[in-house]
Design a protein around this ligand. Structure first.
Ligand code: AMP
Ligand code: ZN
Length: 488
């Protein structure tokens, strides 16, 4: 019999600088456990989706690629997967501690649009990112703003259970009312008594969190609803509890997200869900991916890629540098999802070259796929079933490609591997993605065409140089001009 899936619940090495700033520590090492679903042959999977106030950066996208591999592995093992992903389009404040501006309203101000328009635009952009990365779409997409009633009901349930209190700005969960708060992250609550380092405001305890926020007096928000006798909006965590339970039941199998969700978002989701239903555990298995980091030019340190640090890169930026989204996917698979990953253009270029080579080889294989290589297929299954060991699975894939097996067998097995890897090997997909030319370059090209039409050769040369500095070479030809991406 095939071995069961084997996962770690949360990383054993969780001791990053980021974690320390959040003032908690992990005491116990987490262990790998075999996956045993609640319902035979089925897997309920909930993955925290994006906050749609801006483009997702490629660090965010690591989460969705890792979750896609997980889902593909479950399917590869013949599980019937029900995958739910939320879209956070309200209630996520600029600070995870229930303070600051709503990210959606902030995005609306930034772009002179309504919060609803911002949500629509960036949801679409995110969904396109998933398509580009060959990520299988969830079975259910759910928007927070489409589930306000469910969230209000859940908050009411918690009020009825006596675990909440009201302040001037919202309804809060009193974390001291439950005895296992913080179990996912092994939070050391005793070290977080009110003190100089923790700003409490009207909160009774440092970890207490908002279930529902009131619209500040005298203000009108773009997104607000009448509940609990006032206008207000949901806290960030309540949506994931309400929507996951609506679609997957009071208890379900797997919940995923990035590692930064462990101490606050997922910890709070557990507290409110288990308290509301009385059923424990709410979720059987938790899996979290590590960060994509960027080197800080001033300090040399590796910082988490994040919008707040303005050190982020989007998938579109990669395209302008001739890195296809699938090459980025390949780059991600080269590192285990629980290891930190340093971004570098050199590594990405190497990934692109590696994928090009693979595509070239597969293209040269003219024989039709026939009986596969059983030995390789077994090894591959063992690797991906062992906590999604994609780096070794890729190494195995290359061994297969270089092996003496007949092409017909190699082709068949490689296509099978790609059901998990999702590199588009069967369709050689990314060749269809054209290099995007940035707006900036397009504008300069248009200005150069005008200069040339007016025989202003000096200005034309200056613009050619300016375009070159951005990384593109102007190519003039009899039928016009274009640009070619310079090598990085
Ligand atoms: P957000 O849209 O901010 O809620 O983030 C979406 C997902 O990206 C969450 O699962 C985060 O934990 C994850 N994430 C954020 N930054 C990074 C990063 N630098 N590397 C990997 N994952 C990240
Ligand atoms: Zn969530």
């Amino acid at each position: 019999m095939l071995c069961a899936l084997c996962y770690s619940i949360i990383p054993a090495h969780y001791n990053t600088k980021y974690a320390k700033t959040l003032q908690y520590s992990i005491k116990k090492k987490r262990k790998h456990v075999h996956f045993v679903p609640l319902k035979k042959n089925n897997a309920g999977l909930y993955t925290c989706g994006p906050t749609v106030y801006n483009y997702a950066h490629i660090g965010n996208l690591r989460s969705y690629v890792f979750e896609d591999v997980l889902k593909r592995v479950l399917k590869y093992n013949k599980y019937k997967v029900k995958h739910v992903m939320n879209i956070t389009d309200v209630g996520h404040l600029t600070s995870d501690a229930d303070e600051g501006e709503d990210k959606m309203e902030k995005g609306a101000k930034r772009e002179g649009k309504t919060a609803w328009e911002i949500a629509k635009f960036y949801t679409k952009a995110f969904q396109q990112n998933l398509v580009d990365l060959n990520i299988l779409a969830p079975d259910i997409w759910c928007r927070a703003t489409d589930h306000i009633t469910e969230q209000i009901k859940l908050v009411q349930k918690l009020i009825d259970k006596g675990v909440t209190y009201e302040t001037s700005d919202g309804i809060y969960f009193d974390t001291t009312k439950i005895d296992d708060y913080g179990k996912l992250a092994n939070l050391k609550t005793q070290n977080l008594k009110p003190g100089a380092r923790v700003k409490l405001g009207e909160k009774k305890n440092p970890h207490d969190f908002a279930l529902w926020k009131f619209t500040p007096t005298g203000q009108k928000r773009q997104m607000e609803w009448k509940a609990f006798e006032k206008m207000g909006f949901p806290g960030w965590h309540i949506e994931c509890s309400a929507m996951s339970m609506k679609y997957l039941g009071k208890q379900f199998d797997i919940h995923c997200g990035g590692i930064d969700h462990i101490p606050v978002h997922h910890t709070n989701e557990i507290a409110q869900s288990e308290t509301a239903t009385g059923k424990k555990p709410w979720v059987k298995y938790w899996l979290h991916n590590e960060f994509v980091n960027m080197s800080n030019p001033s300090t040399g340190a590796q910082d988490k890629m994040s919008k707040s640090l303005s050190n982020f890169i989007t998938l579109d930026t990669l395209k302008t540098k001739n890195i296809s989204p699938l090459a980025y996917r390949y780059f991600l698979l080269q590192t285990h999802y629980r290891k930190q990953l340093s971004f570098s253009w050199e590594a990405l270029e190497a990934a692109q070259n590696g994928l090009d080579r693979l595509y070239g080889i597969v293209k040269s294989w003219k024989d039709a796929p026939k009986i596969g290589c059983a030995e390789y297929e077994q090894k591959f299954l063992d690797l991906v079933n062992n906590d999604l060991n994609t780096p070794e699975a890729l190494a195995l894939m290359w061994n297969l490609v270089k092996s003496d097996y007949p092409v017909s067998a190699k082709k068949r097995t490689l296509f099978k591997f790609d059901e998990v890897l999702g590199l588009g090997i069967k369709t050689l997909k990314y060749k269809n993605i054209k290099t995007a030319i940035p707006d900036e370059v397009q504008k300069l090209l248009a200005a150069r065409a005008t200069a040339r039409a007016g025989k202003d050769w000096k200005e034309s040369d200056r613009l050619r140089e300016e375009i070159r500095e951005i990384g593109f070479q102007v190519v003039d030809s009899a039928d016009g001009h274009g640009v070619k991406k310079l090598k990085i």
